[in-house]
Design a protein around this ligand. Structure first.
Ligand code: GCB
Length: 622
């Protein structure tokens, strides 16, 4: 599914802003359907409050019931469709709503979608008025079940001495707050009736040339013609062709590199497609990069050169907006990534907004693009229904992100119970299916929980073994002195067994900012620093060998469910939730600049590891 982009032939009308909103607090959560709240304005069927789109609804009000609400919430607003669009194809797109969504226009159901992090759209010409107002109604349900991704369960409490009638709670199988609502943009856009439906680009490098393989899927009457042009960053044409598929050569290609690897990082070309059919002309411009990704038994290579990922695992999380798209936060996070010297991040534990990936493409930050397959731990999470949904989600994810140079690895899951026998066939299918969808990127999942190199049933199918490690935190708590021994032994054992390169996709310690103790003690800023220092020693021993990456857990603190092991959220961030550095952030920054200096030609930041100079690179944007 192509991201909506304006062009000579395409127009966009954003429906972001304040919508009317009501949560269905009825015991069955079904009153909205029984009373057909979609039949007219919500404000006519009951009280409403203003709700920003995009945002999570949870932290917008002071109402505890709404923060913790499980069930259907309803949104509506009016919009207009220009009569200029009458002879065009008009599409409604929601970039993401969490989790289950039904959409009506003028009281007629237009589309529904299952899954909280990927876009969905429908042609709506037959639903909209071109002369007068239109009503859009969106119902979103955040209930998680054993077959959703991520999975969850609803637990009814039946003891009348302890709970009121009908009392239930949502149990989560993952460690972040189940923020919900319309999380990303809602748009109506217009294309010609004959249009470019999809584009797939893969690239290879041959000497100084970039080879660009493309396929265009036209949705057009027979006889339509397709012309393609590649433009460089200055808009100069560098290659051209015609037809729905082909291979173009870009001479003296400027390759896409992570910003820490090349003095010309993150170079983006534009792939311009012109489809002509009768009187229709559709033009779509897709930014793309020329680069390759490959793995050997010990290395991860970008453009044939070893890439060491020094990065972070993240969350889409912020105060007030929850998981709602926020451009200020996106800009700040990329500035902080560069301040840290991070050259990659994992989209733990679900696909992030396309606007975030745009920045990764443009600023040269590599990405492990993760599906929402987090918490696949119970037997019924491995059912046929779960598997079918997981395959569908991988299709949606690859379809959305396949052309992004920044995406160098697909992650199909985080910490599933991959030691269960059922995990073998399950992940063989999920990984095999993902490979069928995209042969150009390595595929992984992050191994953790109870799975070990002795018991794991799914690591055999991945290209890079990714492990989440918590020595000195969840085991031997406080004992930094045993981290080195345990970590080294474990990483070597995985490598000996599987013979594949490895990434430590998580290691981290909860840290309350401002809490100090010397010698260090768990939860203090000193402990986080000492803890990370022990990991770094082992990483440095294995870096030139089979270790191809390290990612701290986490970039920033984030909200979780309420529980006795979390003090208003997970505090393993090296930054606070407000993006201020804890002491460990400075350690990480020194380390990442040192690593950057080793890989970036020309050694330019005047930086010495452990020394006095630590100067930020200017943020490089092409
Ligand atoms: C993990 C999970 C991550 C948690 C983290 C923790 O292994 O992958 O989602 O937040 O541990 O802090 O416990």
């Amino acid at each position: 599914m192509l991201y909506p982009r304006e062009s000579e032939s395409r127009q966009i009308n954003e429906l972001n802003g304040m919508w009317d909103f009501r949560a269905d607090m009825s015991p069955s959560r079904n009153m909205g359907f029984d009373k057909q709240w979609f039949a007219g304005r919500l404000r006519q069927s009951g009280p409403v409050i203003p709700m920003p789109v995009p945002s999570s609804f949870n932290d917008i009000t002071q109402d505890k019931q709404l923060r913790d609400f499980v069930g259907w919430v309803w949104y509506d607003r009016e919009f207009f469709v220009s009569s200029d669009w009458m002879n065009k194809r008009v599409v409604l797109r929601i970039d993401s709503a969490h989790y289950n969504t039904i959409v009506w226009i003028n009281s007629k159901q237009v589309m529904s979608h299952v899954g909280g992090h990927l876009p969905f759209e429908a042609q709506v010409n037959s639903y909209v008025n071109f002369k007068g107002p239109n009503l859009i109604t969106v119902a979103v349900n955040n209930t998680l079940t054993p077959t959703t991704l991520p999975p969850g369960t609803i637990k009814y409490q039946n003891d009348p001495n302890r709970y009121p009638p009908g009392y239930f709670v949502q149990n989560l199988q993952f460690d972040f707050f189940n923020y919900a609502g319309i999380h990303r943009s809602v748009r109506v856009y217009a294309t010609p009736n004959n249009y470019v439906d999809d584009i797939t680009i893969t690239t290879t490098v041959s000497g100084a040339n970039g080879m660009v393989n493309y396929t265009v899927v036209p949705a057009a009457a027979s006889g339509a013609t397709v012309a393609v042009v590649i433009e460089d960053a200055n808009g100069q044409q560098v290659a051209s062709g015609s037809g729905v598929s082909g291979k173009l050569t870009v001479s003296n290609a400027k390759l896409w590199w992570p910003y820490t690897m090349s003095s010309t990082p993150a170079y983006l070309y534009t792939f311009k497609v012109t489809l002509t059919s009768g009187s229709d002309t559709d033009i779509y411009r897709l930014p793309f990069g020329i680069r390759t990704v490959s793995v050997t038994s010990k290395q991860l290579l970008i453009n044939g050169k070893p890439f060491y990922c020094h990065g972070v695992a993240k969350h889409e999380d912020s105060d007030i907006r929850g998981k709602g798209l926020d451009f200020a936060l996106i800009a700040k996070d990329f500035n902080m990534l560069k301040w840290l010297g991070a050259n990659c991040f994992r989209t733990s534990h679900y696909p992030y907004a396309e606007e975030i990936l745009d920045q990764a493409d443009r600023q040269g930050v590599a990405i492990i693009d993760e599906s929402p397959g987090v918490g696949i731990t119970q037997d019924d999470n491995f059912s046929n229904a779960s598997l079918a949904h997981h395959l569908e989600v991988m299709e949606e994810l690859v379809r959305r992100d396949k052309n992004r140079p920044a995406v160098i690895i697909w992650s199909v899951a985080n910490e599933p119970a991959s030691n269960k026998p059922i995990a073998g066939p399950y992940f063989k299918s999920v990984i095999g299916h993902t490979r069928d969808l995209d042969l150009t990127r390595p595929i992984v999942f992050a191994i953790g929980g109870g799975s070990t190199f002795k018991t794991d049933k799914a690591a055999q199918y991945v290209d890079i073994v990714c492990v989440n490690q918590y020595y000195g935190w969840y085991s031997d708590t406080g004992h930094t002195e045993v981290i080195g021994l345990q970590l080294r032994h474990n990483l070597r054992s995985w490598y000996q067994k599987f013979g594949k390169p490895m990434i430590v996709t998580e290691y981290g310690a909860d840290t309350i900012p401002g809490l100090h103790r010397d010698p260090s003690f768990v939860f203090t800023e000193e402990y986080q620093r000492d803890f990370m220092g022990e990991y770094h020693k082992v990483f440095d021993q294995l870096r030139g060998d089979f270790l191809v990456g390290e990612m701290v857990w986490n970039f920033a603190d984030f909200l979780t469910d309420q529980g006795i092991t979390r003090v208003v959220g997970n505090k393993k961030g090296v930054l606070t939730r407000q993006r201020q550095p804890k002491a460990a952030a400075f350690l990480l920054r020194e380390r990442y600049y040192y690593l950057m200096n080793q890989t970036l030609p020309g050694s330019h930041y005047g930086y010495q590891y452990g020394g006095p100079k630590c100067q930020a690179p200017s943020v490089i944007i092409n």
